[in-house]
Design a binder for this molecule. Sequence first.
Ligand code: ADP
Ligand code: TRP
Length: 348
Amino acid sequence: MTTAHRRALTGIKPTGTPHWGNYFGMIRPALELAEVTQEAFYFIADYHALTTVRDRVALRRDSLEIAAVYLACGLDPERIVLFRQSDVPEVCELSWILSCVTGIGLVERAHAYKDARAQGKDVNFGVVTYPVLMAADILLYDTEIVPVGKDQVQHLEMARDMAGYFNQQFLGETGYDEQGRWDGKGLRRPESLVRETTATVPGTDGQKMSKSYDNVVPIFASKAEMKKRIMSIVTDSTPLEAPKDPTTCNVFALYRLIASPAECEALAARYRGGNFGYGHAKLALLDKALEVFGPMQERYDAFIADPAALEAILLRGATRARAVATPVIERVRAAVGLPIHKAGLAHG
Ligand code: ADP
Ligand code: TRP
């Protein structure tokens, strides 16, 4: 199946400042994907953030910040439906229904939950049901493809499983024919889309870039902050004069993400030629980053300065998202035997 004429959907949690891992691993591929799909629904996962966030001001601010990031990175709100998860609260209803068809063993296998338990953390129930709410996010919109980083693939598998459990338990069928065509009666199985080239963006210490490891380079930051982060990238101790291998260098790994193939060739040649230190490579990376992210930074600042405009974009997105979600939740209610009160459901 091709990606054309399909609905793509993805979410990002409004926790912390978005970084290059988010941009190259998720935001940029999602925006590229939206160019070739018929529909794209991208949302800010503020319900999911509640497993950790305890600051209402920060939640609101960070949600708007993510909207500004998407828009600054080129998201056209006319083409792409940009919305806030909690503006379509039907997702919580679907999450509950899915939790009733999902065995506890499935959620206990989730990496995030297992890691938290292994670290002896006292996890809240939201962490346990996180994959169920995420499945509801996806299934509520009959989503066909979900662009995500590699770390989310397990959650996608779970969403596919949950669609299957629902169809099987409430409709007594898989919902798919032999050719893999969906019958439109139950829930649709999504597919994940992971770009292998950017599946894991390394952080300044070489392990996966993540806000949990404090090894991030922010997408939007002052030049001084950007420089500080880039200069802190860990490299080996090959002396300045010696030829270097670009393929094992964290600086080069990040450069490859933003520079053109010709620029990468040129930088690789300088690595191999010797008399080119990691400090030089870091400055080349900084220059390229400022060139690429500079214009986006200006757009970002303009959006951040106008929260009312951001709110208006999100609310319009929510109205469009809800127009798709309403018939799906009605289909679900009908399948399970819950009443459908058309007027009652058509709120907002
Ligand atoms: P973090 O690890 O900083 O908490 P999130 O889990 O909020 O980031 O990730 C948001 C999105 O960005 C997800 O789709 C995730 O797969 C992607 N992503 C995050 N970090 C990376 C990375 N280092 N490489 C590739 N994709 C990433
Ligand atoms: N769990 C995702 C993350 O941590 C965010 C997310 C929530 C999501 N719901 C989603 C991603 C639905 C894709 C589809 O990054």
